[in-house]
Design a protein around this ligand. Structure first.
Ligand code: ADP
Ligand code: MG
Length: 688
């Protein structure tokens, strides 16, 4: 690894900007691939220019002047014998003006051609150079355009890439890490060759493939990157597997719990429970992902798992991503486990002072068997007497690395708790295989009896009055309804304001209804009181932000209005509407959109109308939005794949997995360097 600061021109300031792009080493520069390319290998005569296109011209300056009053700009008039063109600069130095725009000078300019205010052709701020006797001829390769960040110019990135490519030979950078036989067998180019071609492609390259990532040289790199991720997760898994965990044998508590439930488990719940029970009985930590559509009954399964820990004399912790969801779980667990004489603690960031101290003491002394809470559960100060099981709900909201960090937190004296991760976003198999290669998977693929698909319709928001009438009808018939106001801006405050305003308007329009409001900014006790009132039927209509997305369970609610559905992911919409249709009654969901809808938005809402299976919806969501969104890595800001795209490159996954097996078995020496090259510092979790 050679530091990026060894490259010419990289001082502390530039190094900082490059760091923001994730570029630390010269190797990183080589793996920072162009987004697209410009063709500067040709000179286009001015009379053949097309407005809207990027082109390169060569022409003589016939005059220049400064114009404009408050906002001054420099105009430079050019002719090439076939026509005229004007260059327009808003930022310019006197030197530039004199040197570049001197009448008679010949310029080579590259930029986007447009039609100016007066009808003639223009280029605004083109890249220009004055042609001198020693000016090199036009480029013989395509010019790369790199992903950049504020204060970082393309020519800087280009110069760094050129220098880095020189190091490729002189410093033996990016040595081939894959065994030659494998390269042969998979018909892969050596990495150095692939990298060179991507940064400096010849003008006759298959440009479209190069830009959309399907060119063999890009696939070569995507393959190696996916392989490195796979190896990293697999190594992590092996590492965890080698640790000790308390075997949880099972006793009478879980049996008693199941007997007291007012329903029997579905076949799917029983099956996953057997898988979990078998894992928990091992002296190695369980690492299991429990997937199941909204309402499929994951919580009951989690409760049984928690009881396995308790009946062995140990403790269990359940972590949820939001206060509201944590509260909901706490209430469920308290009701269920309280009957068995167990104590369930509730720990969030809001618990402070004496109450918190007391609770921490009792947790540390083992007097409390089960703790439910937000990530506050895993703060430094929280210690358990013997934590044997960690359950994490809504995993996709915590990034992969957060999950790993959590696992480390739960570790004490070489003993690692078992871990059960629940997600209501069914993750398509291809993604699960790559992003969760370190987990075993259990799937609840059956809903409890009595559920009916939620009839879903899309309506433009000028039909708001009719929709409000529907709410009036439903509530008159003794039903309850939700009105969901999702994210309008990327700000929780604004989201809460929107919900507050909507609640006021609806209160005015529906004076006979009892209307409640919940959003993330309310005090936990207020939220809990509103939710409890809604659940008890003391409210008819609940106006909410997407905080109700998960966990809330009110079987009598049969109508849900979702505003701005076009702004939400499909999986999220599906989760939201999963709040209704639980009571064996016909339920409807109205997606109240703002026209006009884009084509994609249209398609997405159609998917939701037609489709009721969470897995199928997740698959379509993945197609429409890409894996970053579906896995939530974008929200957590976690760095994921740089070059590979799990959707585009999913056909590589099988080969990647087999190759990972092969390397781990026959070429273990390759593993560490591959992980270091592609994941770098992020892989450290696995090295403990
Ligand atoms: P999720 O998978 O979305 O977390 P929950 O565990 O919250 O689902 O279950 C949703 C509802 O279904 C709860 O009210 C729960 O008590 C109920 N439920 C769970 N399993 C069954 C079952 N086998 N039969 C009937 N109702 C069930
Ligand atoms: Mg749930």
């Amino acid at each position: 690894m050679i530091s990026i600061t060894t490259l010419k021109g990289v001082g502390p300031k530039l190094a900082e900007r490059l760091r923001r792009l994730g570029l630390h080493t010269v190797e990183d520069v080589l793996l920072h691939l162009p987004l697209r390319y410009q063709d500067r290998s040709r000179i286009t005569p001015i009379d053949q220019l097309q407005p809207g296109e990027e082109a390169q011209i060569e022409a003589a300056v016939v005059g220049s002047r400064i114009s404009g009053n408050s906002r001054r700009f420099l105009l430079c008039h050019l002719q090439d014998g076939t026509g005229d063109l004007t260059l327009r600069f808003f930022h310019f130095s006197p030197a530039q003006q004199q040197w570049l725009c001197q009448t008679g000078a010949r310029l080579r300019c590259f930029g986007e051609v447009r039609t100016g205010y007066t009808g003639g052709l223009e280029m605004i701020h083109p890249e220009c150079r004055r042609i001198e006797p020693d000016t090199p001829p036009v480029e013989d390769r395509l010019t790369p355009i790199y992903p950049a960040t504020a204060g970082l110019q393309q020519f800087t990135l280009r110069s760094l890439a050129e220098q880095a490519l020189e190091c490729l030979e002189t410093a033996a950078l990016l040595p081939e890490l894959l065994p030659p036989a494998l390269l042969d067998q998979l018909k892969l180019l050596p990495i150095a060759q692939a990298v060179r071609l991507i940064h400096q492609p010849p003008t006759d390259v298959a440009l479209a493939e190069l830009e959309n990532g399907r060119h063999p040289v890009r696939r070569r790199l995507a393959f190696e990157e996916m392989l490195a991720h796979q190896l990293s997760l697999r190594r992590l898994r092996e590492h965890t597997r080698r640790q000790a965990a308390p075997p949880l044998a099972g006793g009478s508590l879980s049996q008693r719990f199941l007997e007291r439930l007012p329903f029997t488990l579905t076949g799917a719940q029983q099956r996953v429970l057997e898988e979990i029970t078998a894992d928990l009985a091992q002296p190695r930590p369980m690492l299991r992902l429990l997937q199941g559509d909204v309402g499929s009954g994951k919580t009951v399964v989690a409760a049984v798992a928690a009881l396995r820990a308790v009946e062995t004399g140990a403790q269990a912790a359940l972590m949820a991503p939001t206060e509201l969801l944590a509260e909901q779980h706490h209430r469920n667990f308290r009701d269920w486990l309280g009957e068995l004489g167990l104590e369930v603690a509730w720990l969030t960031g809001r618990l402070t002072g004496k109450a918190r101290r007391l609770l921490l003491e009792r947790l540390a002394a083992g007097e409390v068997q089960v703790a439910v809470g937000t990530h506050a559960l895993f703060q430094e100060a929280v210690a358990f007497a013997e934590l044997a099981l960690v359950i994490v709900d809504e995993q996709h909201r915590f990034g992969v690395h957060q999950r790993l960090a959590l696992r480390e937190k739960g570790r004490t004296e070489g003993r690692c708790p078992h871990q059960l991760i629940m997600t209501a976003t069914p993750i398509p198999r291809t993604l699960a295989m790559s992003a969760y290669a370190d987990l075993d998977t259990s799937i609840i693929d059956e809903l409890p009896p009595g559920r009916r698909p939620v009839k879903t319709v899309a309506a433009p928001d000028h039909r708001r009055d009719q929709i409000i009438e529907r709410i009036r009808q439903a509530c008159r018939n003794g039903r309850q309804a939700y009105w969901v106001c999702p994210l309008i801006e990327e700000s929780e405050t604004l989201q809460c304001q929107a919900a507050t305003v909507t609640a006021e308007q609806l209160t005015e329009l529906l004076p006979e209804l009892r209307i409640g409001l919940v959003h993330g900014r309310l005090a936990a006790s207020v939220k809990e009181a509103v939710m409890a009132a809604f659940k008890a039927g003391k409210l008819d209509l609940l106006v909410a932000t997407t905080v109700i997305e998960v966990g809330v369970d009110v079987p009598n609610a049969s109508l849900m209005i979702i505003e701005n559905p076009e702004r939400l992911g499909l999986a999220q919409l599906h989760q939201l509407r999963g709040r209704i249709g639980r009571g064996g009654i016909d339920s409807s969901c109205v997606l109240l959109y703002k026209p006009p809808l884009s084509q994609v938005a249209h398609t997405r809402l159609a998917v939701l109308r037609e489709c009721h299976d969470g897995f199928e919806i997740a698959r379509r969501d993945l197609e429409l939005r890409g894996p970053g969104e579906v896995l939530g890595t974008r929200q957590t800001g976690e760095q994921s794949l740089r070059i590979a795209d799990l959707l585009r490159d999913q056909d590589l996954l099988n080969v990647v997995r087999h190759t990972a097996d092969l390397l781990l078995r026959d070429h273990p020496d390759c593993v560490e360097p591959l992980i270091r090259r592609w994941i770098g510092a992020g892989a450290r979790y696995g090295e403990v």
